[in-house]
Ligand binder design. Structure first.
Ligand SMILES: N[C@@H](CCC(=O)N[C@@H](CS)C(=O)NCC(=O)O)C(=O)O
Length: 218
């Protein structure tokens, strides 16, 4: 059994964050695909629920022990393999990186999550066009806030000239923004940082289309 196992879905932005972090730290891992749509959603299977009680990906297994929530996983990886650091040591700088991550982690991603959007359909009769409008609204609001927050600190990456956890969160969210037709022209700095990140193997190899469970066309 591999030292590290990642339960992931190719298109899951939260799984994507963890794939980037593992790659940046050079940690090899075994990929286990959890299909979020097939068979009623494999995240709902009893054996998977034992690993992740909220029935979401990602879940990281290290030496047989499970960790859910991408932020907790990134924090764990930082202790496991401190270099390269994804969080600054200086308290204020660290708080700013966490603030940027949380804009995405709590201000954008949960509002567009599959189970949330399904509830909008069930309870409020949203069709696909309305669902997309809803998702785009939160993406625009969150990414605009993210861009204005990092602007004074950005270099080639969100904070300075090396990737941090903020870039691990940003890049998957930009993939989501493109997928849902959000206007990246409103956040030119983020579009530029995304392009810089995608020039690195750690980011390129973590992309949805590069995963073993991605359909050929992804
Ligand atoms: N805050 C969680 C979010 C995890 C999450 O929302 N995962 C989504 C995919 S990106 C999921 O598994 N959705 C399944 C569902 O909604 O049924 C984290 O950062 O790990």
């Amino acid at each position: 059994m591999a030292d590290l196992i990642l339960y992931s879905y190719f298109r899951s932005s939260a799984s994507h964050r963890v794939r980037i972090a593992l790659n940046l730290k050079g940690l090899p891992y075994e990929y286990k695909a959890v299909h979020l749509l097939n068979n009623g959603g494999e995240q709902n299977r009893d054996d998977y629920t034992q690993l992740n009680p909220l029935r979401q990906v990602p879940t990281l297994i290290h030496k047989g022990r499970a960790i859910g929530q991408s932020m907790a996983i990134l924090d764990y990886l930082e202790w496991l393999e401190p270099a390269p650091a994804l969080f600054p040591k200086e308290p204020y700088a660290r708080a700013l990186v966490l603030q940027a991550c949380e804009i995405i982690n709590s201000g954008i991603q949960p509002l567009g999550n599959l189970s949330v959007v399904n509830e909008l359909e069930k309870r409020a009769g949203f069709d696909q066009a309305k669902k997309n409008e809803w998702i785009q609204h939160w993406i625009h609001k969150g990414l605009t806030a993210f861009e204005s927050m990092i602007r004074p600190h950005a270099g080639r990456f969100c904070f300075g000239d090396g990737p941090t956890a903020a870039d691990c969160f940003l890049v998957p969210q930009v993939f989501g923004a493109i997928r849902f037709g959000a206007d990246l022209g409103r956040v030119p700095l983020l579009a530029e940082i995304h392009e810089t990140c995608m020039g690195l193997k750690a980011f390129a190899n973590a992309a949805p289309g590069a995963q073993p469970d991605a359909p050929q066309s992804a």
